[in-house]
Write a new protein. Structure first.
Length: 202
């Protein structure tokens, strides 16, 4: 019971923290002005942003990823928390998208709200990835990415954000239902049918 209460309190603190940041960013990140992915040459509206990737093996050197590198492929960004049961339930569906479309110019980046400098959070994230068998890259959500891309009105997780191959934000869904999954799948397939996505196929 104590563990359940602690988890609930942690979830509440996370939601409040998330809400404070995204509300502050609302004028910039609302649907009235959807943010594109940064451009590698710095010519876009936003500077490039660096994501610290989670190292799946202790001996592996920590790697990082620039958001601009996601341009050229239809990209799904999945914001989640490793202690969120709903996030764990939806993870297999995201993996299904990844496996089904990765050979057609599609990729996924998972962004965990867990703290990279907290041992308990890192251990929780490792357990989440082990249980869900996620094979796409997973990194740690930064305040900068949160402010520019997360939903400014809803601090819930998971948050699924879809970008076109040319870096434009197409949709953003909070939570997961079969209807939302079908909506995202149709949006992915529509984008993969376009020439820009086929050009990014490897």
């Amino acid at each position: 019971m104590n563990k359940r209460i602690k988890t609930t309190l942690n979830a509440a603190v996370l939601s409040v923290s998330f809400a404070l940041i995204v509300i502050a960013a609302a004028p910039r990140a609302g649907f009235a002005e959807l943010q594109d992915l940064p451009k590698s040459d710095g010519s876009g509206d936003l500077p490039d942003m660096l994501v610290d990737l989670f190292s799946r093996t202790p001996a592996a050197k920590a790697a990082s990823l620039k958001l601009s590198s996601l341009r050229g492929k239809v990209t799904l960004v999945d914001i989640f928390w490793s202690r969120c049961p709903h996030c764990e339930e939806h993870a297999p569906h995201i993996m299904e998208f990844y496996n089904q479309y990765k050979q057609r110019g599609f990729t996924v980046l998972g962004l965990a709200t867990d703290r990279k400098d907290n041992n308990e959070d890192v251990a929780s994230l490792k357990g989440f990835l082990d249980r869900t068998k996620i094979s796409y890259p997973v990194g740690f959500l930064t305040g900068e990415i949160r402010m520019n891309y997360a939903d400014p009105k809803d601090a819930g997780v998971p948050q699924i954000i879809l970008f076109s191959a040319d870096g434009k934000m197409l949709l953003r869904e909070v939570g997961w239902t079969p209807a939302q999954g079908e909506k995202i799948k149709k949006a992915i397939e529509a984008q993969l049918a376009k020439p820009a996505a086929r050009a990014g196929k490897k």
